[in-house]
Write a protein that binds this ligand. Structure first.
Ligand code: PLP
Length: 408
């Protein structure tokens, strides 16, 4: 299962190389492409060997709910990219978020989280955890004093997502990690929007990073998946034990798809970031666009912070069109290349209207507090030629030249 005589220290390699070679476990057949071990379990030469493997005295696999060679390759490649001691893959991003919290919390503990979170994360923190006696406080993630004020002696975990969905606000990870550690708590960061290439939360002070691999890591709209990364004790032991007993395991098939996707992650993200930056500039100069939020632009409210903790502006652009919901719908319905979808990080450019989809359950007041207006659109920039995307956006925006939108 190794590459005799050719073992290289993958930690010393640069990300693009790690993404192609990191974690590869080559079988005796010497295959070029990583093998898909679509198996539930494993057989043993002898009863003695089975006994030793169950005792953890002999290396090897036991059951794919715990570990699997294809899943292990994906985990190791992710760990190298993130610079983490340990990584564990899960069936979905939400399984990763849920496990990262439940595995380290117990009744009586307290969690503080930034209010602007992925909808299902709000459910976990504000509804599910309290049912089991774990209190939670939601704060404005950009307000460091709000984080400090929310801390209690029993606070165990701080949780945030940055940049946020859908308004692309950026939170100060080093400062929030410091607040967590001063209070004896850990910081967990959902790093989906930044991708592992543009922001390294562990290096910025976080204790644990979670991903929905469904997004940029697959990047081609095929599989759901998740990953948890962090220290050997927290992720390699505490979370591993939780995952192996509760069972939100990823299918080896999905892990194989995601493993192969990692080979092109840096190329894809680099291209998407370049295109997103150009599109943000195009939109900012358009007469029917009221404002553009893109972490890579100098007019982003946290532009200085972005420079300190990210190496690129990301692959998403949020913008408000003039004319509210009616105008936003008329515009998006006119797009030809850019598809209407709530997903993100895909090869295909996707547009969503948060007020009526991902954030429709919030009251209008709550939406206003988050900056989610009726004219807000979130664009996930794909791999198409950016000129075609700009032409598509320009042509669709021209529908707003007309006054009689109600007919659209
Ligand atoms: C999509 C997403 C999730 C959930 O991931 P799934 O793979 O859909 O379960 C969590 N956090 C963020 C920021 C996301 O974008």
């Amino acid at each position: 299962m190794s590459d005799p005589g050719r073992t290289i220290d993958a930690r010393a390699l640069r990300p693009a190389t790690q993404l192609v070679h990191g974690g590869t476990l080559r079988s005796g057949f010497g295959e070029t492409s990583e093998a898909l071990f679509l198996t539930q379990g494993f057989v043993y030469e002898t009863m003695q060997s089975a006994e030793a493997r169950f005792k953890g005295e002999e290396p090897g696999y036991v059951y794919s709910r715990f570990s699997n060679p294809t899943v292990a390759m994906f985990e190791e490649r992710m760990a190298l990219l993130e610079g983490a001691e340990a990584a564990r893959a899960t069936a979905t991003g939400m399984a990763a978020v849920t496990a990262s919290l439940l595995a380290q919390l117990r009744a009586g503990d307290h969690v503080v989280a930034a209010r602007a979170m992925f909808g299902a994360c709000v459910y976990i923190v504000a509804e599910l955890l309290p049912r089991f006696g774990i209190a939670s406080t939601l704060v404005d993630g950009a307000d460091l004093d709000a984080w400090r004020r929310a801390m209690r002696p029993e606070t165990k975990v701080l949780f945030l997502e940055s940049p946020t969905n859908p308004c692309l606000e950026v939170y100060d990870i080093p400062a929030i990690a410091e607040i967590a550690h001063a209070g004896g708590a850990r910081l967990v960061v959902d790093n989906v929007f930044a991708t592992p290439l543009l922001q390294k939360p562990l290096q910025l002070g976080a204790d644990c990073v979670v991903y929905s691999a469904t997004k940029h890591i697959d990047g081609q709209g095929r599989c759901l998946g998740g990953v948890i990364l962090g220290g050997a004790e927290l992720v390699g032991k505490t979370m591993h034990d939780f995952l192996r007993q509760t069972g939100p395991s990823i299918s080896p098939f999905n892990a194989w798809v995601l493993l192969k996707s990692l080979e092109t992650l840096s190329l894809r993200v680099e291209r998407q970031v370049q295109s997103a930056a150009r599109i943000a500039d195009f939109l900012a100069g358009h007469a029917h666009v009221l404002n553009v939020r893109y972490p890579g632009r100098a007019d982003h409210p946290q532009a200085e912070l972005v420079k300190r903790q990210m190496t690129g502006g990301g692959t998403l652009v949020a913008f408000d069109v003039e004319g509210g919901k009616e105008a936003a719908f008329a515009f998006a319905n006119r797009l030809q290349i850019i598809k209407i979808s709530n997903n993100l990080g895909d090869a295909k450019s996707l547009v969503t209207h948060p007020a009526t989809t991902t954030h429709q359950k919030l009251s209008p007041e709550e939406r206003a507090a988050f900056g989610i207006g009726e004219g807000l659109l979130r664009l996930s920039v794909g791999l198409e030629d950016p000129e075609d995307l700009i032409e598509d956006l320009g042509a669709a925006l021209s529908v707003l030249d007309r006054q009689d939108l109600a007919a659209e």
